[in-house]
Design a binder for this molecule. Structure first.
Ligand code: NAD
Length: 271
């Protein structure tokens, strides 16, 4: 199991206070690594840090940073390098992640109505933020080699099935949809992974996309029934079910894997 170890590896996780981010952090710590948490949400960050520090009995480095602000990321990177002297991994995980299935986002999510502001906000976090983090943390990783994982989605590979989000009694033009930006951001990250993987290959930087399927999170049962009927394994993912894939991609267990996608979707894209 030694090749799965992250001992002494400093791994930056963006969106670390979110649903999956905290699971990534836990997995990195369990593998012996040093996770560095980044999130814009100071309140959630505080509760995640309290939980981890009481669980592991050690301090966790964390930064309240807006990844769309280049200067904030630059300063954060300098602070991490000053503290540890190296950065070995990056998980580009932060994104605007609209929970249409629970919040019932209204018809403003539809392509015909989607505002330029919403477009820019989603692209800004999901793509520009990932680029800025790659620029600073990736450059640090390229000094000695390491691994970058971009968190894409099954929806980076297939189009959203908008029938999943249909609400009974609404006219077709008023039905909520998964916004266009989700597909664009998640597909764009796959391109970013390929670019980075080849750009820094000689520097020993590997870069891959992890494409998770939907995660159980108290969604409406009718949504869950519709979605799981599209998944060969017949269920959504559990919240900790991407931890093994992430550690695999970050660690020496995947030293010959770069520029590709690890699809963890219960088989949805095979159907
Ligand atoms: N949850 C799922 O079912 C699922 C499925 C496939 C892929 N994904 C992907 O996994 C990733 C995490 O999803 P999640 O469900 O944990 O989402 P989440 O909304 O729970 O977490 C996202 C985190 O990103 C942070 N964030 C947003 N803007 C930021 C900014 N400008 N700077 C720094 N941090 C910022 C938020 O504060 C939040 O804590 C996303 O990229 C998402 O697209 C999620």
């Amino acid at each position: 199991m030694k090749q799965f170890s992250l001992v002494n590896k400093v791994v930056v996780v963006t969106g670390a206070a979110g649903l999956l981010g905290r699971n990534h952090v836990q997995a990195i710590a369990d593998a012996g690594g040093i996770p560095v948490l980044i999130d814009i949400d100071a309140l959630n960050m505080k509760s995640v840090i309290e939980e981890f520090e009481s669980k592991f009995g050690i301090e966790f480095s964390h930064f309240v940073v807006d990844i769309t602000d280049e200067n904030q990321v630059k300063v954060c990177c300098e602070n991490i390098l000053q503290k540890y002297g190296h950065i070995d991994g990056l998980v580009n995980n932060a994104a605007n992640n609209p929970k249409i299935e629970t919040n019932g986002v209204n018809e403003q999510s539809r392509l015909e109505n989607f505002s330029i502001n919403s477009w820019q906000a989603d692209i800004s976090v999901g793509l520009t933020g990932a680029f800025i983090c790659t620029k600073y943390f990736g450059t640090a990783i390229a000094l000695q080699g390491g691994s970058i994982v971009n968190i894409s989605s099954d929806l980076g590979l297939i189009a959203p099935d908008q029938r999943l989000y249909e609400k009974h009694g609404l006219a077709p033009g008023n039905q909520p949809v998964k916004p266009v930006t989700y597909s664009v951001v998640k597909t764009g990250l796959i391109g970013l992974s390929r670019y980075t993987a080849t750009y820094w290959a000689k520097q020993g930087v590997r870069c891959n996309s992890l494409c998770p399927g939907g995660v159980e999170n108290s969604q409406d049962p009718s949504f869950v029934a519709k979605l799981t009927s599209l998944i060969p394994l017949g269920r959504m993912a559990r919240q900790n079910e991407y931890q093994g894939s992430l550690i695999f991609l970050l660690s020496d267990a995947s030293t010959y894997i770069t520029g590709t996608e690890l699809v963890a979707d219960g088989g949805r894209t095979a159907w």
